[in-house]
Design a protein around this ligand. Structure first.
Ligand code: GLA
Length: 358
């Protein structure tokens, strides 16, 4: 059912405005954004669509076809907050606009998404940006795309309780499918760069949900902050002499080593490299995330190895926060179908059940 039909069936009248936002996959620059570093994500061809119109009472009414099966319909009175779940992201966007002086009357929202939830493809950022774009249209707001990304991040941190960086929201708000987004998360300066010539990407899910994603993520954040404080820098982004991290106690040393080396990998890739070099950087990134940052799990490692054992694969790594979820691979153009089939069979032979996300 289209999002327009979903809205009309659920609320009895046609929606006033529609907006869409893509999910994202991150090719390089993992766990660097909250260290004020560099990232290289890309928007993908999976998207979240929203339809919004005025509510006919004093409550907000949310309807989702596939965001959250158990809580497909959420109704909450203005002045209260919805229960944990996808409703919190919508609520957060509305409250952030209000905190910025925008008068938002209760509205009805229908959501349809092809971005899988909890796989590491930024379903939450896609929802936030789509909702903010729709509200921008509905209220004729003069908000540029970078401001939308900042508001979306604030909604997630302050209202959904996830202390994320700004990579996902920027990738979703200013990224373009088919292009890499080279973003400096400190200045928010960015430029779109092409993928290495003759390549395409594939995205796989390892079948294990990201159970530790929130607690493990927040712990890594704290470790990075502790490492930066011990080194006397504002953020790990500012480490100029990589040798200086040798003095840190474990595991701060390993965490810092990941962040410093990962920023360097992004710099090299964004300058323009061939597919083989780009793939090697992705492989190094995965090893660093596995060994130094310790955010991989057995299923993800086995999946990455299964993908790398296929012909015409340049590189493969976990994508997003880790602790389960997805991995992304860079392949020779046209190799997608064979690699996907071969990788899933190899993964199954190792006792896991994965799936292809894109
Ligand atoms: C999650 C967060 C991002 C980023 C990645 C790891 O996707 O939302 O801000 O930190 O993890 O690179």
């Amino acid at each position: 059912m289209s999002v327009a039909d979903l809205y009309e069936r659920g609320f009895g009248v046609p929606a006033a405005v529609f907006a869409t936002a893509s999910g994202r996959v991150n090719l390089l620059g993992e766990h660097t954004d909250y260290n004020q570093g560099l990232v290289l994500p890309a928007a993908i061809a999976l998207a979240t669509e929203v339809a919004i119109g005025p509510s006919r009472d004093d409550s907000f009414h949310l309807l989702s076809q596939n965001m959250d099966g158990a809580h497909a319909r959420v109704d909450y009175a203005d002045g209260s907050s919805p229960p944990p779940g996808y409703g919190r992201y919508v609520y957060g966007c509305i409250e952030v606009l209000r905190l910025n002086g925008v008068d938002i009357a209760p509205c009805s929202v229908a959501i349809h998404s092809t971005v899988p939830m909890g796989a590491g493809l930024s379903s939450s950022a896609a929802l936030e940006v789509a909702v903010l774009r729709a509200l921008r249209k509905l209220h004729g707001l003069a908000l540029d795309d970078v401001t939308i990304a900042k508001f979306a991040q604030r909604a997630e941190v302050e209202f959904a309780g996830v202390h994320c960086g700004i990579m996902d929201q920027m990738a979703v708000s200013v990224g373009q499918p088919g292009q890499l987004l080279f973003l400096d998360t400190r200045s928010l300066a960015y430029r779109l760069v092409p993928f290495p010539p003759g390549t395409e990407i594939a995205i796989f899910d390892c079948g294990v949900p990201r159970t530790l994603a929130t607690s493990g993520y927040n712990e890594r954040r704290r470790e990075c902050e502790a490492a930066a404080a011990a080194l006397g820098v504002a953020a790990l982004r500012d480490v100029v002499d990589p040798e200086s991290i040798a003095s840190l106690p474990s595991p701060l040393r390993e965490r810092a080593r990941h962040v410093v080396s990962e920023n360097q990998r992004v710099r090299i890739a964004a300058a323009g490299v061939d597919a083989a070099t780009f793939g090697q950087l992705m492989n190094e990134s995965h090893r660093s995330l596995r060994d130094d940052f310790e955010v991989s799990i057995d299923a993800l490692d086995a999946l990455v190895e299964s993908v790398l054992s296929q012909p015409r694969v340049f590189g493969c790594k976990l994508t997003g926060a880790g602790f389960g979820g997805a991995c992304v691979a860079l392949l020779g153009a046209g190799a997608g179908a064979a690699v996907k089939e071969g990788a899933l069979s190899a993964f199954a032979r190792r006792g896991f059940r994965g799936s292809v996300l894109l």
